[in-house]
Design a protein around this ligand. Structure first.
Ligand code: 6GU
Length: 225
Protein backbone atom coordinates (compact mmCIF):
# COMPACT_ATOMS: atom_id res chain seq x y z
CA UNK A 1 0.00 0.00 0.00
CA UNK A 2 1.20 3.49 -0.82
CA UNK A 3 0.54 6.72 1.09
CA UNK A 4 1.18 10.19 -0.28
CA UNK A 5 1.02 12.86 2.41
CA UNK A 6 0.80 16.59 1.71
CA UNK A 7 2.22 18.56 4.63
CA UNK A 8 3.89 21.80 5.67
CA UNK A 9 5.86 19.91 8.35
CA UNK A 10 7.43 16.81 6.78
CA UNK A 11 9.94 16.55 9.67
CA UNK A 12 7.06 16.12 12.12
CA UNK A 13 5.76 13.08 10.22
CA UNK A 14 9.02 11.36 9.33
CA UNK A 15 9.94 10.10 12.79
CA UNK A 16 6.70 8.44 14.00
CA UNK A 17 6.56 6.44 10.74
CA UNK A 18 10.18 5.24 10.94
CA UNK A 19 10.13 2.92 13.95
CA UNK A 20 8.98 -0.48 15.10
CA UNK A 21 6.14 -2.02 13.10
CA UNK A 22 5.88 0.85 10.59
CA UNK A 23 9.59 0.64 9.74
CA UNK A 24 9.34 -3.14 9.42
CA UNK A 25 6.38 -2.78 7.06
CA UNK A 26 8.45 -0.40 4.93
CA UNK A 27 11.52 -2.67 5.01
CA UNK A 28 9.39 -5.58 3.82
CA UNK A 29 8.09 -3.44 0.94
CA UNK A 30 4.50 -3.74 2.18
CA UNK A 31 4.14 -0.03 2.94
CA UNK A 32 5.55 3.02 1.17
CA UNK A 33 5.07 6.58 2.44
CA UNK A 34 6.00 9.68 0.46
CA UNK A 35 5.96 13.09 2.16
CA UNK A 36 5.28 16.08 -0.08
CA UNK A 37 6.31 19.49 1.25
CA UNK A 38 3.55 21.91 0.24
CA UNK A 39 5.95 24.84 0.78
CA UNK A 40 7.73 23.85 -2.44
CA UNK A 41 4.50 24.72 -4.27
CA UNK A 42 4.02 28.04 -2.45
CA UNK A 43 3.50 31.30 -4.32
CA UNK A 44 6.01 34.08 -4.98
CA UNK A 45 9.47 34.46 -3.55
CA UNK A 46 8.14 33.84 -0.03
CA UNK A 47 6.54 30.54 -1.16
CA UNK A 48 3.28 31.67 0.41
CA UNK A 49 0.70 28.94 1.02
CA UNK A 50 -1.92 30.82 3.08
CA UNK A 51 -3.89 34.06 3.04
CA UNK A 52 -6.50 36.10 4.98
CA UNK A 53 -10.00 34.68 4.98
CA UNK A 54 -12.73 36.36 2.99
CA UNK A 55 -15.40 37.84 5.25
CA UNK A 56 -12.90 38.58 7.98
CA UNK A 57 -12.11 36.71 11.15
CA UNK A 58 -8.98 35.52 12.89
CA UNK A 59 -6.71 32.95 11.30
CA UNK A 60 -5.28 32.24 7.89
CA UNK A 61 -6.62 29.83 5.28
CA UNK A 62 -4.53 27.60 3.02
CA UNK A 63 -4.83 28.83 -0.58
CA UNK A 64 -6.14 26.73 -3.45
CA UNK A 65 -3.33 27.12 -5.99
CA UNK A 66 -0.40 25.36 -4.22
CA UNK A 67 -2.63 22.49 -3.08
CA UNK A 68 -4.24 22.12 -6.52
CA UNK A 69 -0.88 22.09 -8.32
CA UNK A 70 0.49 19.37 -6.05
CA UNK A 71 -2.71 17.29 -6.00
CA UNK A 72 -2.99 17.46 -9.82
CA UNK A 73 0.61 16.29 -10.15
CA UNK A 74 0.05 13.37 -7.75
CA UNK A 75 -3.24 12.39 -9.45
CA UNK A 76 -1.42 12.23 -12.79
CA UNK A 77 0.94 9.64 -11.27
CA UNK A 78 -1.51 7.48 -9.29
CA UNK A 79 -5.16 6.57 -8.92
CA UNK A 80 -6.29 7.07 -5.34
CA UNK A 81 -8.81 4.93 -3.47
CA UNK A 82 -9.49 7.98 -1.29
CA UNK A 83 -8.24 11.56 -1.07
CA UNK A 84 -8.47 12.23 2.65
CA UNK A 85 -8.49 15.61 4.37
CA UNK A 86 -7.61 15.47 8.08
CA UNK A 87 -9.89 17.90 9.88
CA UNK A 88 -11.61 18.17 13.29
CA UNK A 89 -14.99 18.47 11.50
CA UNK A 90 -14.53 15.16 9.65
CA UNK A 91 -15.99 11.72 10.30
CA UNK A 92 -14.85 10.35 13.65
CA UNK A 93 -12.11 7.81 12.96
CA UNK A 94 -12.58 4.26 14.24
CA UNK A 95 -11.34 0.72 13.61
CA UNK A 96 -14.08 0.03 11.05
CA UNK A 97 -12.73 2.80 8.80
CA UNK A 98 -9.12 1.60 9.30
CA UNK A 99 -10.17 -1.90 8.24
CA UNK A 100 -11.84 -0.54 5.10
CA UNK A 101 -8.93 1.74 4.16
CA UNK A 102 -6.48 -1.16 4.51
CA UNK A 103 -8.14 -2.83 1.50
CA UNK A 104 -7.03 0.01 -0.80
CA UNK A 105 -3.86 0.49 -2.83
CA UNK A 106 -3.12 4.24 -2.85
CA UNK A 107 -4.23 6.87 -0.34
CA UNK A 108 -3.58 10.60 -0.44
CA UNK A 109 -3.65 12.41 2.91
CA UNK A 110 -3.85 16.20 3.15
CA UNK A 111 -2.72 17.85 6.38
CA UNK A 112 -4.24 21.26 7.11
CA UNK A 113 -2.82 24.10 9.18
CA UNK A 114 -4.08 27.47 10.45
CA UNK A 115 -7.87 27.66 9.97
CA UNK A 116 -7.72 24.88 7.41
CA UNK A 117 -7.83 24.70 3.62
CA UNK A 118 -10.06 26.66 1.23
CA UNK A 119 -13.46 24.94 0.99
CA UNK A 120 -13.13 24.74 -2.82
CA UNK A 121 -10.24 22.25 -2.53
CA UNK A 122 -12.46 20.07 -0.35
CA UNK A 123 -15.28 20.32 -2.89
CA UNK A 124 -13.02 19.68 -5.88
CA UNK A 125 -10.74 16.87 -4.70
CA UNK A 126 -11.46 15.43 -1.25
CA UNK A 127 -13.41 12.16 -1.10
CA UNK A 128 -13.25 11.54 2.68
CA UNK A 129 -12.79 13.82 5.70
CA UNK A 130 -11.50 12.30 8.93
CA UNK A 131 -11.18 13.57 12.52
CA UNK A 132 -9.31 11.50 15.10
CA UNK A 133 -11.32 12.82 18.05
CA UNK A 134 -13.10 15.72 19.67
CA UNK A 135 -10.12 17.95 20.43
CA UNK A 136 -8.09 20.31 18.29
CA UNK A 137 -4.57 19.62 17.04
CA UNK A 138 -2.27 22.30 15.63
CA UNK A 139 -2.23 20.56 12.27
CA UNK A 140 -3.21 17.35 10.54
CA UNK A 141 0.24 15.69 10.77
CA UNK A 142 -0.29 13.76 14.00
CA UNK A 143 -3.68 12.62 12.70
CA UNK A 144 -2.04 11.49 9.44
CA UNK A 145 0.49 9.47 11.45
CA UNK A 146 -2.44 7.84 13.29
CA UNK A 147 -4.05 6.85 9.97
CA UNK A 148 -0.83 5.43 8.46
CA UNK A 149 -0.04 3.43 11.61
CA UNK A 150 -3.55 2.05 12.18
CA UNK A 151 -4.00 1.13 8.49
CA UNK A 152 -0.41 0.01 7.88
CA UNK A 153 -0.43 -2.55 10.68
CA UNK A 154 -3.48 -4.24 9.11
CA UNK A 155 -1.75 -4.95 5.78
CA UNK A 156 -1.18 -8.66 5.17
CA UNK A 157 2.31 -9.68 6.31
CA UNK A 158 3.00 -6.65 8.53
CA UNK A 159 2.07 -8.27 11.82
CA UNK A 160 3.27 -11.67 12.97
CA UNK A 161 1.53 -14.03 15.45
CA UNK A 162 2.85 -12.07 18.42
CA UNK A 163 1.41 -8.80 17.21
CA UNK A 164 -1.70 -10.16 15.49
CA UNK A 165 -4.48 -7.65 14.91
CA UNK A 166 -7.13 -10.33 15.50
CA UNK A 167 -6.90 -9.89 19.29
CA UNK A 168 -6.83 -6.07 19.29
CA UNK A 169 -9.29 -3.96 21.18
CA UNK A 170 -12.19 -2.91 18.88
CA UNK A 171 -11.63 -5.70 16.37
CA UNK A 172 -14.97 -7.29 17.45
CA UNK A 173 -16.37 -4.10 18.99
CA UNK A 174 -14.90 -5.30 22.28
CA UNK A 175 -11.99 -4.02 24.35
CA UNK A 176 -9.04 -6.38 24.80
CA UNK A 177 -8.85 -8.48 28.01
CA UNK A 178 -6.11 -7.90 30.65
CA UNK A 179 -2.71 -9.48 29.91
CA UNK A 180 0.08 -10.71 32.20
CA UNK A 181 3.68 -11.88 31.91
CA UNK A 182 6.32 -13.21 34.31
CA UNK A 183 6.72 -13.28 37.25
CA UNK A 184 3.57 -15.17 38.29
CA UNK A 185 3.69 -13.30 41.61
CA UNK A 186 4.84 -9.66 41.68
CA UNK A 187 4.77 -7.85 45.07
CA UNK A 188 1.46 -9.12 46.45
CA UNK A 189 -0.24 -9.38 43.06
CA UNK A 190 -0.79 -12.81 41.54
CA UNK A 191 -1.61 -13.66 37.95
CA UNK A 192 -5.16 -15.07 37.63
CA UNK A 193 -4.60 -18.82 38.21
CA UNK A 194 -6.59 -19.86 35.14
CA UNK A 195 -3.87 -18.36 32.91
CA UNK A 196 -1.36 -20.79 34.48
CA UNK A 197 -3.70 -23.79 34.16
CA UNK A 198 -2.81 -24.81 30.61
CA UNK A 199 -6.51 -25.34 29.79
CA UNK A 200 -6.63 -23.53 26.46
CA UNK A 201 -10.43 -23.62 26.07
CA UNK A 202 -11.03 -22.33 29.61
CA UNK A 203 -8.46 -19.59 29.10
CA UNK A 204 -10.13 -18.50 25.89
CA UNK A 205 -13.53 -18.44 27.65
CA UNK A 206 -12.05 -16.39 30.53
CA UNK A 207 -10.56 -13.89 28.09
CA UNK A 208 -13.90 -13.47 26.33
CA UNK A 209 -15.64 -12.87 29.68
CA UNK A 210 -12.99 -10.35 30.72
CA UNK A 211 -13.22 -8.54 27.39
CA UNK A 212 -17.00 -8.30 27.72
CA UNK A 213 -16.85 -7.14 31.36
CA UNK A 214 -14.21 -4.54 30.58
CA UNK A 215 -16.29 -3.25 27.68
CA UNK A 216 -19.43 -3.05 29.88
CA UNK A 217 -17.48 -1.14 32.55
CA UNK A 218 -15.53 1.24 30.33
CA UNK A 219 -17.24 1.52 26.95
CA UNK A 220 -20.89 0.44 27.19
CA UNK A 221 -21.52 2.49 24.02
CA UNK A 222 -19.64 -0.17 22.02
CA UNK A 223 -22.22 -2.80 23.01
CA UNK A 224 -25.34 -0.81 22.14
CA UNK A 225 -24.55 0.50 18.63
CL1 6GU B 1 -7.69 15.29 11.72
N1 6GU B 1 -6.86 17.65 12.56
C1 6GU B 1 -6.75 18.60 13.49
N2 6GU B 1 -6.10 19.73 13.19
N3 6GU B 1 -7.25 18.50 14.72
C2 6GU B 1 -7.89 17.36 14.99
C3 6GU B 1 -8.05 16.33 14.08
C4 6GU B 1 -7.51 16.50 12.84
N4 6GU B 1 -8.74 15.34 14.65
C5 6GU B 1 -8.98 15.75 15.88
N5 6GU B 1 -8.48 16.96 16.10
Amino acid sequence: MHFDIITLLPELLASPLSHSIMQRAKDKGLLTVELHDLREYGMGKHRQVDDYQFGGGAGMVMRCEPLAELIDKLKSERTYDEIIYLTPDGEQYAQRRANRLSLGKNLLLICGHYKGIDQRIRDEYVTLEISIGDYVLSGGELAAAVIVDSVGRLLPGVLNDETSALTDSFQDDLLAPPVYTRPAKWRDHEVPPILLSGHTANIEKWREEQALQRTKDRRPDLLTD
